[in-house]
Design a protein around this ligand. Sequence first.
Ligand SMILES: Nc1ncnc2c1ncn2[C@@H]1O[C@H](COP(=O)(O)OP(=O)(O)OP(=O)(O)O)[C@@H](O)[C@H]1O
Length: 575
Amino acid sequence: MSSQMPVAGPAEVRAAAVRDLKADRWAVVGLVLVNGLAAAAGLVGPLLLGRIIDTIQAGSGNVLSAVDRLAFGALVFTVVQTVLSWWALKIGYRFGERTAARVRERFLKRTLALPPRVADHLPAGDLIARGSTDASLVALTLRSAVPEILVAVVHALFLIVAVLVLDPRLGLCGLVCLIGVAGAVRWYVRRARPVYLAVAAAGAELAGVIASNAKGARTIELLGLEERRTEVSEVGIAEARTARLGALWLRTVLFPWSEIALALPVVGVLLVGGALYANDLVTLGVVVTATVYLRQLVGPLDTLMLWIEQLQGAGASYARVEGLADIPAAEPQQAKAVGDRIQVDNAHFSYTGARDVLSGIDLVVQPGERLAIVGTSGAGKSTLARLMAGLDRPHTGSVTIGGTPVVELPPDQLREHVVLITQDHHVFHDSLRDNLLIAKPTATDEDLYGALSAVGADWLDDLPDGLDSELDLDDASAQQLSLARVVLADPHTLILDEATALLDPKTARQTEQSLAAVLHGRTVIAIAHRLQTAHDADRIAVMEAGRLVELGTHDELVTANGTYGRLWRTWHAQA
Ligand SMILES: Nc1ncnc2c1ncn2[C@@H]1O[C@H](COP(=O)(O)OP(=O)(O)OP(=O)(O)O)[C@@H](O)[C@H]1O
């Protein structure tokens, strides 16, 4: 089980992060400046503490008032540091929210720009996980990580420089002792990217399995697939667990290692500083100040370690969110169809590239005709319907409407020519009006009432706010809503694929009545599950293993005594 969607490489992720930082460069500059001032103010306290110790040790003059002055100075600088740090965080969080919004908008725009034939074949779980969990993690990281990392880096740099300036020997000793921290980070970063990519991919796979279980619950129940789906879910859960355990193992090594490594500089400076003080090579105040600085270094370094750990997960998510850019977006379509004739010429199609599920299909559907497509399960009926509805492009041959390839028609034009009706209809969490205007944005309220009445949607009278009501519809009413959209779009051709197959008998009856009103006066291509539907059609196309093997009227095909003739006789005998 693996994701088929691309993942951006480290260089692309870095470029995207730099672009996001540049887009708000003044906030970043403000962040660095204010943080720098806060860190500088923070250095004064330990310096004054060292002076207090040296003043008390010297014991000359008015010790008490000198100590009071120094302590007051330390207090003032601590307050200044607190205010500046608060200000820096405020700038940082605002920057983070703006950047997070930018990342989410970019993801949404890229998703909406995908051609339907591409979007339709993307793994739903992966796409959902990238748009929700991954985008949130990136947003959270940009909001908190950038300000906190900048604060920590500036603070740590100031402390290191301060110790070096205070006493180069103690400073060097502190730096040497930091090698352990660098080792821990290097070990971790080298291993983390693949581990976190695996965690995100396994999570997306599991989300896909859960989503398809929920979406197909009815089919699972009807076909008794519960055990099989439970097994598939358990495999998904086990893979997600194994991936997460891999990430946890890295953490269980990183954190104890870095805890010990962070204590080393303080221990080193105390030992070396003690030896220097014992030999009168340094004052006690300098040793205390250097120790306090290095002790203070633990805070920012701890923050950096935490973020380095979290950034690996967020980096993998950033790579998944940015990976969408590698899927080609839809090109603006300018084509225009002249006429209503649908023509399929030598069409071949494959979902995987390995095996053609449609081979050499030739078919012409005349305006106003009723064509039934029959064939065994897997023969390619739905795939042919998708090609004629412009949802997929044949890899060889063509499918045209009025001489223009269907896939080249812009969406608003395509809707006016051909609509595929399946059970896969969607009611948006919005008002009835907005749900209908999707089909024809220029429709008046009168048009909307007309369309609802044409499909027999009498539930409209029960809605508290008429067209402004928020919707919560049962299956039959939702199908009526989608048929009302078809009435509004007013296409000359309708393709019906399982529009009523899985509905319960009562709902199916209601839907069929609504459907009959919509079919009137249009070209209809119906995938026929009942031979009665085929019998009533003008012509019948028979499919077998991806090929169109028979085409003609009911009487012609019965007389020819081929596949359809045999099917008809068997069915008739049973009936
Ligand atoms: N999204 C897909 N990815 C890969 N293969 C697919 C996909 N959809 C369908 N197929 C395969 O393509 C072949 C044709 O499927 P299609 O759904 O077009 O047949 P059908 O005649 O409509 O069958 P049914 O009556 O069962 O719906 C089948 O072998 C099917 O497994």
